[in-house]
Design a protein around this ligand. Structure first.
Ligand code: NAD
Length: 262
């Protein structure tokens, strides 16, 4: 038996036996798609000051500065889902994962085939007007800033400043997504956390609420998190490697079981 195989089998067994399993993902699941996370060496915060670029007040103060640096974030548009995203989509397809709650704004879970995705921090498919709250397809930002040189881009309806429909530090999280995430956390019996430092609140309260409600935790991350000691299984490494292995074990152990599709 290879190293770690028994632990993978045990974690796969938890997934198979779960009644309501959910996933919580962070920026780490998308680094293998070429999108930098915030906190790893070389991550976004090692190159930009979060107080200058990440907060709603800095955006409101100087939207031009944000748009001049926005090229980095446009990399999201060319990224493809990786094996980690695909593994979670497979677990949903098997009937095991009931929802994927994500802190990511890149839309890669949906691109991989996940259907029940709860986006806590908004998305990069849309732009939103800060004046009248109208929502437009994100392409309007590139069209206005890159093609027309309109920096900052403004709403054609009311002249308000447009911003990507993502949650900046200091902004409220979308109410419906947050409520739905905590509802899943309260009723789940297993939470699979993948690629999150669990440093960002309130997303990091979700596994805590699940744990307090009696759920087991499986954590897959490149580095340790402050919740590792609460987890039944911790896998240290790449989500694009470990999650497919977990799915493989689920297939092996679960074949022949009714209800769920292996
Ligand atoms: P984070 O940057 O705080 O933590 C990412 C974690 O993933 C780190 O602990 C890192 O060690 C780990 N990691 C990196 N690559 C990994 C890999 N291949 N496999 C396993 N683990 C890996 O990210 P977070 O916890 O999501 O929270 C920060 C914020 O980042 C969120 O608010 C999110 O909205 C935002 N963000 C999103 C994206 C995106 O949409 N892809 C990108 C950058 C930041």
């Amino acid at each position: 038996m290879k190293m770690g195989e028994k632990e993978l089998q045990d974690a796969a067994r938890l997934l198979i036996d779960s009644r309501h399993a959910i996933a919580l993902t962070g920026a780490g699941i998308s680094t293998e798609s070429g999108i930098p996370d915030f906190r790893s060496p070389g991550g976004i915060w090692s190159r930009y000051d979060p107080n200058e670029f990440g907060t709603i007040s800095s955006f409101m103060e100087n939207p031009t500065r944000f748009y001049e640096a926005a090229g980095e974030f446009l990399s999201v548009f060319t990224a493809d889902p990786n094996q980690g995203h695909k593994a979670l989509a497979e677990l949903e397809e098997m009937g095991i994962l009931k929802a994927t709650i994500t802190q990511n704004i890149d839309g890669l879970h949906q691109a991989a085939g996940s259907r029940k995705v709860i986006e806590l921090h908004g998305n990069l498919r849309e732009a939103k007007c800060l004046g009248c709250y109208a929502v437009f397809p994100i392409a309007i930002l590139a069209e206005k800033t890159l093609q027309k040189g309109e920096i900052p881009p403004r709403c054609d309806r009311c002249g308000g400043i447009l911003k990507p429909n993502v949650v900046f530090f200091g902004e409220q999280l979308p109410k419906e997504a947050l409520e739905s995430a905590f509802e899943h956390a309260k009723r789940c019996d297993l939470m699979l956390v993948a690629g999150s430092s669990l440093a960002v609140s309130p997303a990091n309260l979700i596994p805590m609420v699940a744990r307090e409600a009696g759920a087991e935790l499986i954590i897959v991350n490149a580095e340790s998190t402050h919740m590792d000691t609460l987890a039944s299984h911790v896998f240290r490494g790449k989500t694009g490697v470990i999650l497919p292995k977990l799915v493989e074990e689920v297939r092996k152990l679960g074949s022949g079981t009714e209800e769920k599709k292996y």
